[in-house]
Design a binder for this molecule. Sequence first.
Ligand code: ATP
Length: 289
Amino acid sequence: MSAVLEAHGLGKRYGRRWALRDCTIDIPEGHVTGLVGPNGAGKTTLLKLATGLLEPTTGGIDVLGGRPAAGPAQLARVGFVAQDTPVYAALTVAEHLRLGARLNPGWDAALARDRIAALGLDPGQRAGRLSGGQRAQLALTLGLAKRPDLLILDEPVASLDPLARREFLQGLMEATAEHRLSVVLSSHLVSDLERTCDYLIVLVESRVQVIGRTEDLLAGHHRLTGPRHDPAAPLLDGQVVSARHTERQSTFVVHGDLPGLGPAWTASPLGLEDLVLAYMDHSRLEAQR
Ligand SMILES: Nc1ncnc2c1ncn2[C@@H]1O[C@H](COP(=O)(O)OP(=O)(O)OP(=O)(O)O)[C@@H](O)[C@H]1O
């Protein structure tokens, strides 16, 4: 299966500060990939490198087997909805669709029209008068009607209320199921991605912490809980993602095969949010510095 996005040793520096470092990524086609990380982690930088809006300082990145924005054919295959869902405030919804038709060779006019109708948007309404959620939906419609092979969305739901968020992500999932489409979607909220994404990248402090299919990641991580300072504590060489201790108890998030556990220890599965939080754990990041 070919990669929609492949990066090796990718880095981007602004002045003396690295926004992205040593980034090695391989995303196979056909996935909805969640790019998760706190504010300032480097998510937008990675997405801009993928769309050719930025040039790498180190390493390289291929998108759909070619250099980002290498030419008209490559540009037509990648859709990008930037942060804050940019639309033209003075143009109406219908004018946006006409502009999309003029700018994109593979424009699917029926898809755009039907989606706008299904959303109940008034074609004569100026985009500046739409709500944040409606603007996001308009921007998503423009991205989908371009009929790209890869759609890149930078924090598309950040400004939406929970209901609008759910509707937006639902619309995105339906669209990806209907048209053969890979999606990379950034967010700093894991709960948004739990239902939507089947591939995950956790990016913290400019570095990729973990990447893979969500079901493999969830199957390959456990929470271990047991007594603190236990001489019979499990051997966890190199497996610990995060460690928390109270006076009496230790809790570890570990990856890989479960070690042998003494009777005082329990292992339990992790949810996606716990997994992401473990990789964001501050003490883990301290150790990387
Ligand atoms: N044009 C720029 N000039 C200098 N530094 C920048 C520039 N753009 C981003 N940075 C820095 O690079 C780092 C990564 O920024 P980036 O926007 O990629 O993060 P992010 O994960 O998308 O954050 P957010 O969730 O807040 O959007 C930050 O420390 C940011 O301050």
